[in-house]
Design a protein around this ligand. Structure first.
Ligand SMILES: [Zn+2]
Ligand SMILES: [Zn+2]
Length: 681
């Protein structure tokens, strides 16, 4: 096997990447030419003239997400003091991430280097490539974002929803267009084929040479929208020399070529025509080609279509606007008008192919959808395979639909779904066309990356010329070497339903503890003297039933009394005065929580979350050392002492009140206005 020939950026001649028709001007919309960041290559100019001084150096490639996983693809290209980002996606939560809606990569490195960011390029509009951008724009400035029209239309919606529309400039690009990002990066967009329409691979010209990032791809020679993979351009780069290929590894374990999207068409057509009644079809909202085919078949078979789910509606609207989905306006009818059509003339297109809890299909399967109830004769078609983490949710949905009487068509053997990602032979073709010197498999779980690296090796890329990396690894690429250098923070940032900020690890741990073990709330009214004003109130939520509540409450009461009599004085900062401000109530609360956690772990073999609410109660002001301490007042007395205040919640007057309004009883601060006269009387 011949070794890969060493190439450098000097091997490039710009003529090799000029548009096929000789000049970018002829195919470039006029509006795009005014952008100073765009450069049209002319045959006489070498690429390096546009992009740097040609000095050797190190290009850092830092993936913050997308490795050892499918999701949140986010990559940084850094040369000297300039950063270009490529895609910024999100992932969805796994089991145990309670209340989390979105998972983002740790953006610490970008925040620390925000001054270097010159812009971003986007390969296509899937959530795992654009879903994080609106969140990042709240934290860092990205001066300009270049991407395909469909992806940019979807991104603009997301940015508007997040209120960050004015934080960056969105610019659309077409096939074979060049954009300059900063002074170090010049990028050509190369049309590729994928499950999403308007998708690109990119050739990134750097001072060291050309790096090709495939984006997500498969080689689909009969694309649904007629936009062919620009193999000629890839081959041209391969001919002249590609320093590094960064390539999608999703299906690296699967032999052969991934079939064309079009191969699904006759199978869907057959399934649809065999459906005796209503058809309910679900696929990824973003699978524009699939949606296009489903609508086309519906139109052919004389079915009207109702679309359910916001993401599906959005994608169809944008894809129709841009010409990627073609159908007549009267194909669509609102859901409430479906009753006017016979069942065999109805198709309902919905989200929920992955069993997402809030999606239309999941709610339909649970009988919770207001307008659609499954009935005998319905046919449900799942035109998507579950992403590995979603398998259980999907099979549960199928079970529920069948129990309601639907005929459910699903599974790989039906030919109603093909992947949008290339398999082993696609990978071989990509490597053969681009002939890279160095190779980096990305977009995949670890075993997929390893498999992809083996494929590259079988095609002659030496093992020393490739790296298998993890999120956060800093890949240092020179003209002669590739290696893994430092690491940058690479954890995750979590966003919950509030979407107002990042959920910390601690908050997530607390949610997990709450979900797994439940919550014990203990409310105690305590005098400044350290005595209990009344018996503590204990409330349990979601705690395993084997714990005897009466025994638990007894133990807690005894532990509390014991703690106060032995250790309360430690929290008194000024024993002579002993006013409210002279006691560290916050410290007392924390120590009590630890004490009760220990008690529960030791005697009840449980680790529920414990929340202690300490209500400070002023002791009678006449307390003096030379007189016996007064007997603790009854609960009723204690309550009347605090009910007169404006800020204190009524504590201990009524156990139910404590339980249901526990949070209101949390001391809001140490300073508390009180009517001491009523206590003293
Ligand atoms: Zn994709
Ligand atoms: Zn992807």
């Amino acid at each position: 096997m011949a070794p890969i020939k060493k190439k450098t950026s000097n091997d490039f001649k710009a003529s090799s990447i000029a548009p096929a028709n000789g000049s970018a001007n002829q195919s470039t919309p006029q509006s795009l030419l005014v952008n100073p960041n765009r450069t049209n290559f002319s045959a006489a100019q070498p690429a390096t003239q546009f992009i740097g001084n040609g000095k050797p150096g190190t290009l850092k490639i830092i993936p913050l997400g997308g490795l050892h996983e499918i999701g949140k693809n986010t990559c940084i290209f850094e040369y000297e003091d300039e950063i270009m980002m490529l895609d910024a996606g999100l992932a969805f939560p796994t089991d145990g991430m309670h209340g989390i809606q979105i998972v983002l990569p740790d953006m610490t490195y970008l925040r620390d280097n925000r001054h270097k960011i010159k812009g971003m390029i986007v390969t296509h509009g899937h959530e795992d490539h654009i879903g994080g951008i609106a969140f990042h724009l709240k934290q860092v400035d990205i001066p300009v974002i270049y991407g395909p029209r469909l992806a940019m239309a979807l991104l603009a919606d997301k940015m508007e929803e997040a209120g960050v529309s004015d934080r960056t400039e969105i610019r659309t690009v077409g096939p074979r267009e060049f954009v300059r990002v900063g002074t170090k990066f010049l990028v050509e967009f190369i049309r590729n084929t994928h499950s999403m329409a308007d998708s690109f691979s990119v050739a990134i010209h750097t001072p060291l040479g050309v790096v090709i990032h495939t984006g997500d791809f498969k080689f689909d020679h009969t694309p649904v929208d007629g936009e062919y993979f620009d193999l000629q351009r890839l081959a041209e780069y391969g001919e002249k020399g590609v320093l590094c290929l960064i390539s999608d590894s999703t299906n690296a374990e699967i032999p052969g070529f991934t079939p064309s999207e079009k191969s699904v068409y006759p199978n869907l057509e057959r399934v649809f025509s065999n459906a005796p009644g209503r058809l309910l079809v679900t696929t990824f909202a973003s699978s524009v080609h699939r949606v296009n085919m489903i609508l086309d078949i519906a139109q052919k078979q004389g079915r009207v279509v109702s679309v359910l789910g916001r993401s599906m509606l959005n994608t169809i609207a944008h894809a129709r606007n841009l010409g990627y989905v073609k159908c007549q306006d009267d194909l669509f009818v609102p859901i409430h008008e479906l009753q006017n059509y016979p069942d065999h003339k109805v198709l309902i297109l919905t989200t929920g192919s992955q069993g997402e809890p809030l999606s239309a299909m999941t709610r339909i399967s649970k009988g919770e959808h207001r307008q659609i109830k499954i009935r005998n004769g319905d046919t449900v078609v799942l035109s998507a395979n579950p992403i590995p983490g979603n398998t259980i949710a999907v099979v549960n949905t199928i079970d529920r639909l069948m129990m309601l009487g639907a005929n459910v068509i699903y599974g790989r053997d039906k030919g109603i779904h093909v992947s949008g990602h290339g398999s082993q032979e696609d990978h071989k073709l990509m490597i053969s066309l681009t002939r890279p010197k160095f190779f980096m498999p990305v977009h995949g779980e670890h075993r997929m990356l390893v498999k992809h690296a083996e494929i590259a090796q079988s095609l002659g890329v030496p093992a020393d010329n490739m790296v298998i990396i993890e999120n956060g690894d800093v890949v240092e690429l020179t003209q002669d070497s590739i290696k893994i250098g430092d690491r940058v923070p690479s954890g995750i940032e979590l966003v919950d339903a509030s979407r107002s900020g990042v959920v910390s690890d601690r908050a997530l741990r607390e949610r997990q503890q709450l979900a797994n073990e439940g919550l014990v709330t203990i409310a105690a009214s305590v005098y400044n003297t350290g005595q209990l004003a009344s018996d503590p109130q204990v409330h349990m939520s979601g705690v395993v039933s084997s714990i005897d509540p009466a025994k638990l409450k007894g133990s807690i009461g005894a532990t509390l009394k014991n703690f106060l009599s032995n250790r309360f004085e430690r929290f008194v900062t000024n024993p002579a005065r002993r006013s409210d401000d002279d006691i560290d109530w916050g410290g007392l609360k924390v120590e009590l929580e630890r004490e009760f956690q220990r008690l529960l772990r030791r005697d009840f073999v449980g680790t529920p979350q414990v929340v202690v609410l300490v209500q400070p109660i002023a002791a009678p002001i006449s307390v003096r050392r030379d007189r016996p301490a007064p007997a603790a007042p009854t609960a009723g007395t204690a309550a009347s002492a605090t009910l007169n205040t404006n800020t204190a919640a009524p504590v201990a007057a009524n156990a139910e009140a404590v339980d249901s309004e526990a949070s209101a009883a949390v001391p809001s601060g140490r300073r508390r206005r009180r009517t001491t006269a009523s206590v003293a009387s």
